[in-house]
Design a protein around this ligand. Sequence first.
Ligand SMILES: [Zn+2]
Length: 464
Amino acid sequence: MIKIYDTLTARKVDFVPLDEGKVGIYVCGPTVYDSAHLGHGRSAVSFDVIRRYFIYRGYEVKYVSNYTDIDDKMINRANQEGISVKELSDKVIPIYAKDYGALGVMVPDVQPLATDHVPEMIELIQGLEKQGFTYVLDDGVYYEVAKFTEYGKLSKQKLEDLRVGSRVEVKDGKKSPYDFVLWKFKKEGEPSWSSPWGEGRPGWHIECSAMTWKHLGEKFDIHGGGLDLTFPHHECEIAQSEPVFGKGSFSKYWMHNGFINVDNEKMSKSLGNFFTLKEIFEKYDPKVVRFMFLQTHYRNPVNFSNVLLDQAKAGLSRLHDFVRNLNALLDAADDGVVSANLTAAINVARSRFEGVMDDDFDTSGALGAVYEFVKEVNVMMNNSSLNKIELSAVLNFLQLVDKVLGVIFVEEATIDSDVEKLIEKRNLARKNKDFKESDAIRDELLERGIVLEDKPQGTIWKKV
Ligand SMILES: [Zn+2]
């Protein structure tokens, strides 16, 4: 049984799907006005692992994550750059897709764009209007939070205790500072759609209510996003969707990933202490970044630093070295059967892995289980060599858990085949005692960041 920490009930609960064997997940995606930063990467990786683990456990997963391609930030940036909002999103979306791909994030089953869902948004606003949740000011249609008695249930705040924070728009005529805009009337030079209230564009919150509805229905299993989205964004999504679809509709569970801190301060655009993924990928392999995220439970803050990345790099290359060593041994190994010791070690490691992952997706514990296993196998290999079947069993186990973790085998898969060819060529040169040629190839590979180690069983290589 998978347990998840549910923000709504504020406790760890058993995950019981609405439809047996299936799970529908919606994760708020980025507003695509600027490059992806570490915080985006963390959210994407956190939910990618959650999605992969559900698949590992045999669930049929429908994973939906949107791009917000219309909002104030989009309009401001497009104006600054002198391009249209559409041109801006066309430029920025591929950056996200590329960075997330580099982090090993599986492409969502559905990646809706907000601008493709305006009719659904209008229908939802009409539903709210019919029930008296809306009022109109000179610049748009607003949602009256006081009408939704459960407003604040997700972020555990009472309306009367709320203070006006930076994320709340102050505006004359609003009945409460927390009332938020559902439909903004058109301003000169802004993209707009026609609606029963006149030309305009949707507010941010209604976009996600519409996209969840369209792709996962009135009720679905899990809604996720970064912790900073809990309030007001997710609170507002609930306030919009529940009145229209009825009590108990919308998301059954709510999951939120933690922040990234830099020098004990939350990393954010507004504080100016943020790093883009592109900047970090210039110095570190994206898989090192993914591994760094996995070392911390998704709900805890990551205290980001170069030291943390260096540690992740070292930790990950230990796993890669281990796998490379196993592969190198495989060719020369004899056939045989799997020893009882190794079978036991695999079973223990597997049940540890599943135990911690079932417990609210504890990836840090999962990596611990993998390291423990590697250590044990190393001890076995020091005592006597493993046969072919045993080496394969070890590799198979690591491949199985890596379907979820996505950090161990990626490098193997991305080997340039010409690197392999050069190694072969060098082996031939060595065999012919042409050391000048063999040294030249070694130097060439070194220039490409690849170090060769000649072992009795053959040449192995690693990236530096
Ligand atoms: Zn959202």
